[in-house]
Ligand binder design. Structure first.
Ligand code: NAP
Length: 276
């Protein structure tokens, strides 16, 4: 699988999302994904499935060094000592010695960004995570993390799919050589029933969901982590890596509405905030 090199790690461009595979429900999908060839698994303390994900990894028999495992710290645990405790809990649930990427799951108005990122960096320095990064930062926040604080951000994980533009964020991240990891790459499954994506799919002998993923994979510096509980969908999503879109496909997808943000928790940042 193609990878993107960033901050000393190589991230496989397609990973398995695990949100809503709660508890032990995560074990079988993780095991089947690894058997199918997935090497990148995305979890989080908040998903309450790190133990299931870890059990799936253990049962897969894969060599640890061949896997890329991401977990995240929740937004109410961003004080440095809380980060330490949250990380210890995640690692012991996963039953791993280290993770590959540790992310701030959401920013918090109360966080001291420099101190939080310093706490993540300290985990990296001790070999407990190989890289650090963030999710759900708006443009002013990511600029601050990168330019003022100088944090070695290995990726920024945000919502991105054919119905939501991330053009300014993607341009900024590319200018800094930081990959964008697309969460909800299938718009939480909605992509599968989109008429335009279906039409393009017919041309390629592919499904609408596969076209949504092919569109993301067509973009430089983009990684995607579709969640799929069923092995058939996991397989289909991997096969999307082989689809090559043409200019007519790109033009049709560019014309889709691009203002559909589906993840909007009350504690999320102001997405319209412009960088100073
Ligand atoms: N950092 C953050 O704040 C954040 C926020 C949200 C999500 N995430 C991460 O991103 C991952 C992906 O996002 P998501 O799970 O919300 O949404 P998603 O990946 O866009 O969509 C998942 C849905 O699509 C369905 N699906 C998967 N493959 C399909 C296919 N080939 N054809 C038709 N339907 C298909 C799944 O069904 P089945 O499961 O039944 O196969 C599931 O219902 C999460 O699991 C999580 O790891 C991160």
């Amino acid at each position: 699988m193609e990878t993107i090199a960033t901050q000393g790690v190589k991230i496989p461009r397609l990973g398995l999302g695990t949100y809503r595979l709660a508890g032990s429900d995560a074990q079988a999908p993780v095991e089947s994904a690894i058997a199918l060839g997935y090497r990148h698994i995305d979890t989080a303390a908040m998903y309450d499935n790190e133990a299931g994900v870890g059990a799936g990894i253990a049962a897969s028999g894969i060599k640890r060094s061949e896997l890329f495992v991401t977990t995240k710290v929740w937004h109410d645990q961003l004080a440095p000592d809380a980060v330490e405790r949250a990380f210890d809990t995640s690692l012991s649930k996963l039953k791993l010695d280290y993770v590959d990427l540790y992310l701030v799951h959401w920013p918090s108005p109360e966080m001291n960004m420099a101190a939080t990122l310093e706490a993540l960096l300290s985990l990296r320095e001790r070999g407990l995570t190989r890289a650090i990064g963030v999710c759900n930062f708006n443009l002013p926040m990511i600029r601050r993390a990168v330019e003022e604080i100088g944090a070695p951000i290995a990726c920024h994980q945000i919502e991105y799919h054919p119905f939501l533009s991330q053009a300014p964020m993607l341009a900024y991240l590319r200018s800094k050589g930081i990959p964008l990891t697309a969460y909800c790459p299938l718009a939480q499954g909605r992509a599968a029933s989109d008429a335009t994506l279906n039409q393009i799919g017919r041309k390629h002998g592919a499904s609408a969901a596969q076209i949504a993923l092919a569109w993301l994979m067509d973009q430089e510096g983009v990684i995607a982590i579709p969640k799929a509980g069923r092995p058939e969908s996991q397989k289909a999503n991997l096969a999307a890596l082989d689809i090559k879109l043409d200019d007519a496909d790109r033009t049709a997808i560019a014309a889709l509405p691009k203002d559909q943000r589906f993840v909007r928790p009350s504690f999320g940042p102001d997405w319209e905030a412009k960088a100073a």
